[in-house]
Design a protein around this ligand. Structure first.
Ligand code: BGC
Length: 355
C-alpha cells in the first residue's frame, strides 16, 4: 500500500528553531516518526501477531523530553543520528596527514558519539519527499571544519524512507572538502514487547557474524578480531539473549552485558531481533561491515520517557550499523577515511513482521 507522509510542529529548539515531526505510515501496518532535532527516530508503531499496534522504540512524547537535562546528562542518545564518529576513540585522538587531532571529552574523560555537541544535538534542515512507491524525509546538516576538532567541512544527508511494502531504510551520504574521517550510525533503542517496563532479555537475537571485537576496560576494541564460537557472542543461530548474557565471561563483566561490535559476514538479513511474546520481528540488512550491539546496560531509570515511564537496565537493545569503533586508530580495520573527491554512502534497511 502507498505510504503516507504527515508532519507537525514538535516544538522549538533552545535556539528557537522550529522542530518538525514527520510521520511515514502505512495505516495498520507501520508508523515511523522522525524529527529534525538530531535527525532522530522518535517512534516506531508496529502490530503484534494479533494486530495490536504498539510503539517499540524508546523516546519521549514531546521535544522537551529530549531536551531535559536529566536525559542529556546521561548520554543515552535515544534514536539519535550519531556523528561524526560512532563510539569511543583511543586517548581521544587520531592522526591524519602527519597531524594529531585531539578530540574533546564529553563523558568521563572520553570522546563518545561525536563529542560535546554531536549530530544528535544539531538542528537539521528537513526535506520531505514522496515518490510513486515511497515517502520519506532527508535531513541535511553542514558540519563546519574544526567542529569538535574534526578536520574538513562536511555536508551530511540522512534519509529515512518508508516504501510500499513497509520496509524502512536509513541512508547516509556525506562529502568533505578535506581529507577526514566519518562513521555515523543511528541509535534507536528497540523493545519489541511494546512494554518498556520489561527487559529485552526474552528477545531472540540472530547475528550473522563469525567474529566480534573484544573490548578493553575503556570500552575500546583491543584490536583482536575474535571468533564468537564458544563465547556468549555466538548468535549464529537465533538465541534468547537472557542465556548468554548471564554467563560468566570477562567481556560481559567489562560492559555489564553486551556492548560489542559484531563483524558481519554479509549484508542481507544479517541480524534479527524477535520477541516471542508479541511475535514482532525485526530483520536488518546493511551495507556496513559492523553491528554494535548494546543491550541497554547503562539505562538506570534516570529520566522520564514516553508516558512518564523511566527506562531501566536492559529495557531496550540498540543495533548500530557502522564501521568498527575506533577505526581511526586501527589501520587493520576497514577504513573510515573520507577523501575530498569521494562521497560517503551507507544504507540500513529494517523489515518488520509478526509471526
Ligand atoms: C555504546 C555504549 C554507550 C551507549 C550510550 C552505545 O553505542 O556502545 O557504550 O553507553 O551507546 O551512549
Amino acid at each position: 500500500m502507498q505510504p503516507v507522509l504527515t508532519s507537525k510542529t514538535f516544538g522549538f529548539s533552545p535556539k528557537g528553531d522550529e522542530i518538525h515531526l514527520f510521520t511515514l505510515a502505512i495505516p495498520g501496518q507501520i508508523e515511523v516518526s522522525v524529527m529534525n532535532y538530531g535527525a532522530t527516530w522518535t517512534h516506531l508503531i508496529i502490530p503484534d501477531r494479533n494486530g495490536k499496534m504498539e510503539d517499540v522504540v524508546l523516546g519521549f512524547d514531546t521535544l522537551e523530553g529530549y531536551l531535559q537535562k536529566d536525559y542529556q546528562d546521561h548520554y543515552c542518545y535515544i534514536g539519535s543520528t550519531i556523528g561524526r564518529i560512532a563510539g569511543r576513540i583511543t586517548d581521544n585522538r587520531f592522526h591524519l596527514e602527519g597531524k594529531t587531532y585531539e578530540l574533546p571529552a564529553n563523558l568521563n574523560g572520553t570522546h563518545l558519539h561525536g563529542g560535546m555537541e554531536g549530530w544528535d544535538k544539531k538542528v537539521w534542515k528537513s526535506e520531505p519527499f514522496e515518490t510513486h512507491n515511497s515517502v520519506g524525509v532527508t535531513f541535511y546538516y553542514q558540519s563546519r571544519d574544526g567542529e569538535e576538532n574534526y578536520p574538513g567541512t562536511m555536508d551530511v544527508w540522512v534519509t529515512y524512507t518508508l516504501d510500499e511494502t513497509g520496509r524502512l531504510e536509513i541512508s547516509y551520504k556525506a562529502s568533505s572538502d578535506e581529507k577526514t574521517i566519518i562513521n555515523p550510525t543511528n541509535h534507536a533503542y528497540f523493545n519489541l514487547t511494546g512494554d518498556f517496563s520489561k527487559t529485552i532479555e526474552g528477545h531472540g537475537f540472530f547475528g550473522d557474524a563469525e567474529k566480534y571485537l573484544p573490548m578493553n576496560q575503556n570500552s575500546l576494541p583491543t584490536g583482536e578480531i575474535a571468533n564468537v564460537g564458544g563465547t556468549p557472542f555466538d548468535f549464529r543461530n537465533l538465541k534468547t539473549i537472557s542465556e548468554p548474557i548471564h554467563r560468566n565471561h570477562p567481556q560481559l563483566d567489562l560492559a555489564g552485558g553486551i556492548d560489542h561490535c559484531f563483524v558481519l559476514n554479509q549484508p542481507e538479513d544479517c541480524a534479527v531481533l524477535y520477541d516471542p511474546e508479541s511475535g514482532r520481528k525485526l530483520t536488518l540488512s546493511t551495507t556496513e561491515p559492523g553491528l554494535q550491539v548494546y543491550t541497554g546496560n547503562y539505562l538506570r531509570n534516570n529520566f522520564k520517557g514516553k508516558n512518564g515511564l523511566t527506562y531501566g537496565k536492559r529495557t531496550a537493545i540498540c543495533l548500530e550499523t557502522q564501521h568498527f569503533p575506533d577505526s581511526c586508530n586501527h589501520p587493520e580495520f576497514p577504513s573510515i577515511l573520507l577523501m575530498p573527491e569521494e562521497i560517503f554512502q551507507s544504507r540500513t534497511q529494517f523489515v518488520f513482521t509478526a509471526e
